[in-house]
Ligand binder design. Structure first.
Ligand code: CO
Length: 139
């Protein structure tokens, strides 16, 4: 496997609205579209574009959201994961399985509408790492 483009950095927040205020005030940045619910991952999502990547703001959707624990440890929010693109998501998954890496749950549809999976931070140097299939027609 060849490491793909950094698609986004995931930032957990207790409030997307408050984070968007911060991005406006501190960076002069506007959201890329409105926040939306991603029930398959238990989060509400909003993207902020940077010239070469994106910040993915994620807020818990429901009490059993996978980011509830993270926010208990980091009440103000914080950097949660990084996401790299892969040309073929099944091939990428097989690659990590072959390395014995712990993959968190099934491959599912992510915030960009393409399949994604997550690899446990313990096998990724302490960084929760998402892989997403490169959207067709991009790059
Ligand atoms: Co993500």
């Amino acid at each position: 496997m060849k490491l793909g483009r950094l698609n986004h950095v995931g930032v957990a927040t207790p409030s997307i609205e408050r984070s968007l205020e911060l991005y406006r005030n501190m960076f002069g940045a506007e959201p890329h579209g409105d926040p939306f619910d991603l029930p398959a991952q238990g989060v509400r999502v909003c993207f902020v574009d940077t010239p070469n990547s994106q910040i993915e703001l994620i807020e818990p959707l429901g009490e059993d959201s996978p980011i509830v624990k993270f926010l208990e440890k980091n009440p103000a929010g914080g950097q949660h994961h990084v996401c790299f693109e892969a040309a073929d998501i099944e091939q990428a998954r097989e690659w990590f399985e072959g390395k014995g890496a712990r993959i968190l749950g099934p491959t599912r549809i992510g915030a960009h509408g393409t399949p994604v999976f997550f690899v446990h931070p313990k096998d990724m140097g302490g960084v929760l790492t998402e892989f997403m299939e490169t959207p067709k027609g991009e790059h």
